[in-house]
Write a protein that binds this ligand. Structure first.
Ligand code: FJE
Ligand code: FE
Length: 301
């Protein structure tokens, strides 16, 4: 058996170690999130801080707020979201589009619905290593049409980060990460390698699937599955409908985490400094002093 990364054999399929249903809760202004990672029972799944399946209808969204010390990855499922930040970076992402934002030392931005109707998507927060927490903010944006996609044996994959079924994403991940959006036709069987030392999870979006062990009970949407030890994922669609899920994996940082809302650092001193920087518009928050998003003008919050 070839001993290389592109090897698609799995010797030890990862079992499902834990399973949670993400229930809806209110977040932002009038928005609803199903939070799987970041909730009380699952505060951190190194390097992942938060996974929210969000939904915003009507005048709802996430008005002006800061971030420091991690990355946010927003992947739209339905509708569109307009993003605006304090540097004048502005754009709209629609269903299938991706925004990979490295907040680094600081971003203040708003994330608001761009259209009538319901906007739905996933937002993942990926922690940064201590040496990267204060880097310059950076965006990587990809329109749906530019996301690498292939179909093999009834399995469609959209490669948001990393590689699968022979195709690769151009996204640069500061914390080594894979992010794959799979759709399996009825009867399809997937074997996807995952580096052994990485933490990895599955989040089900549509249909029902069997994961880890062919004899296990099918899992339905809004569940997160934390995968145990092994070198890959095995999944089966034994139902009569399409199964859609994301598979996300990342190299654990193994560093202390101190979080205060949207600020994630390694020590309490660094958090105190961050609050100070935000309040005094210093060390990366300079441009927050005179900035308000267009979507916020005229709003009271
Ligand atoms: C945030 C409360 C928030 N999940 N999913 C507190 F709502 C937010 C926040 C989001 C968010 C934004 C989108 Cl577009 C999607 C989200 C939380 O903006 F950052 C803090 N600290
Ligand atoms: Fe944000």
């Amino acid at each position: 058996m070839p001993d290389q990364d592109i090897c698609s054999y799995i010797n030890e399929p990862r079992p499902v170690a834990r399973k949670f249903l993400a229930r809806p809760q209110h977040e932002g202004v009038g928005a609803v999130v199903r939070r799987s990672i970041g909730r009380f029972e699952l505060k951190y799944f190194d390097p992942f801080l938060v996974l929210d399946e969000f939904s915003a209808t009507g005048p709802a969204g996430f008005p002006d707020h800061p971030h420091r010390g991690f990355e946010t990855v927003t992947y739209m499922l339905q509708g569109a979201l307009t993003h605006e930040d304090f540097e004048g970076h502005k754009g709209t992402i629609e269903a299938g589009d991706l925004q990979w934002m490295t907040a680094g030392r600081g971003i203040v931005h708003s994330e608001m619905p761009a259209t009538q109707g319901t906007q739905r998507g996933l937002q993942l927060w990926i922690n940064l290593a201590s040496k990267n927490k204060m880097i310059e903010p950076r965006y990587q944006e990809m329109l749906s049409k530019d996301i690498a996609e292939t179909i093999v044996d009834g399995i469609k994959v959209r490669v948001i980060a990393g590689e699968a079924l022979g195709i690769k994403s151009p996204i640069y991940t500061r914390t080594p990460t894979m992010y794959l959006d799979f759709s399996l036709k009825p009867g399809a069987h997937l074997q996807q390698p995952i580096p052994k030392s990485w933490n990895a999870f599955v989040y089900i979006l549509e249909g029902e699937g069997v994961f880890g062990n062919k004899k296990s009970q099918p899992v339905t949407p809004h569940h997160i599955l934390l995968l145990g030890c092994g070198d890959g994922l095995e999944a089966w669609n034994k139902s009569s409908k399409v199964l859609r899920f994301i598979l996300v994996g990342g190299e654990p940082l193994g560093e202390p985490v101190v979080q205060f809302g949207p600020f994630v650092m390694n020590t309490q001193e660094e958090i105190d400094q961050t609050i100070d920087d935000f309040e005094n518009y210093t060390n990366g928050f300079e441009k927050a002093r005179h900035w308000r998003s267009e979507s916020a003008v005229g709003l009271d919050f």
